[in-house]
Design a protein around this ligand. Structure first.
Ligand SMILES: Nc1ncnc2c1ncn2[C@@H]1O[C@H](COP(=O)(O)OP(=O)(O)O)[C@@H](O)[C@H]1O
Ligand SMILES: [Mg+2]
Length: 291
């Protein structure tokens, strides 16, 4: 028998408003297996955030069912759903939501402020997770002293504190330049390789291709690009080579910026989509500024 899916949506719809309802999701079916890395790609307003908020137990479907590791989330009360979210689900957004006057390690420790255990134990856990995202040299920095990519690493570390099963990311590279965005993707690739289940929203088809599976959403309808294989299935690092000094400001990488290898991307691409680049996200993070 098949293993129970980590996340399973069946015929999920989400409608906003009653008079002139917006059908943000229409009969969405989505099954995410343990250890998968799924990219959800689609234009602005297509329902990506609505979908992720439902997966993250931040919102409820208007109709349809959601099973989290076989557990019927729709049957849970608000408190139970909150508990499920805080124990199992890590959420990362486009903007980093760090407290400006707290150090890196304190920002991460605050995620466990209601947990038992001494401050010293909490600090040790925060340092361990920061180490895992490559920030052991930044524990006592204020966020304002970090690059955008480093801030997103802090946000990822904070989200992953505790033993989370699933990482949900809503445009995690949306506020970052190309090279820094790729470095964040490489961090996600490493977490995926360690067994974390990841669902990531992007409106970049190129970044979506790095995940192990791609699904596309348009006008609230999901289509599964199941014939596609992500680059991470067979060429995690060969796909990342320094080609040209591009945007600059890469963190975690040597001097040159990185560009995905064109032919590799072209060769694995499933769709020749219409002008994805014309789509501009209206909301930008408030803390998008440079370092
Ligand atoms: N809280 C809300 N109230 C009313 N409409 C909403 C709300 N959130 C999203 N929408 C609408 O639902 C649709 C999908 O939005 P969203 O999930 O944010 O898309 P995306 O993340 O792909 O840009 C859009 O038409 C958006 O305007
Ligand atoms: Mg969105």
């Amino acid at each position: 028998m098949a293993e129970v899916a980590t996340l399973e949506l069946a015929s999920v719809s989400r409608q906003y408003g009653d008079d002139a309802p917006i059908h943000a999701l229409k009969n969405v079916d989505l099954r995410v297996e343990r250890g998968e890395w799924v990219a959800i790609e689609g234009p602005s307003g297509s329902g990506k955030s609505t979908l992720l908020n439902i997966l993250g137990c931040l919102d409820r479907p208007t109709s349809g069912s959601y099973l989290f590791k076989g557990l019927d989330v729709g049957a849970l009360g608000d408190r139970e759903r909150g508990g499920l979210r805080s124990r199992h689900i890590a959420f990362v957004f486009q903007s980093f939501h760090l407290l400006a006057h707290r150090s890196v390690v304190e920002n991460v420790m605050l995620a466990e402020v209601y947990q038992r255990g001494s401050r010293r134990e909490r600090r040790a856990r925060a340092e361990a997770i920061l180490d895992r995202v490559g920030l052991s040299h930044r524990f006592d920095y204020l966020p304002s002293k970090l690059s955008g990519g480093e801030r997103q690493r802090v946000a990822i570390a904070r989200a992953l504190l505790g033993s989370r099963d699933v990482l949900l990311c809503d445009e995690p590279t949306g506020n970052l330049d190309t090279a820094t965005g790729l470095a964040i993707m490489e961090l996600l690739a490493g977490l995926h390789a360690e067994g974390l289940t990841i669902v990531m929203i992007t409106h970049s088809p190129e970044l979506a291709m790095i995940a192990s599976r791609q699904v596309r959403i348009v006008d609230g309808e999901l289509s599964d690009g199941s014939s596609a294989h992500g680059l991470s299935d067979y060429a995690p690092l060969e796909a990342w080579v320094p080609l040209e000094a591009a945007d600059g400001g890469a963190d975690g990488w040597p001097t040159d910026s990185l560009r995905l290898v064109g032919p590799l991307i072209e060769g694995t691409r499933v769709r020749e989509g219409p002008a994805h680049g014309a789509d501009v996200e209206s909301s930008t993070g408030s803390d998008a500024g440079g370092s």
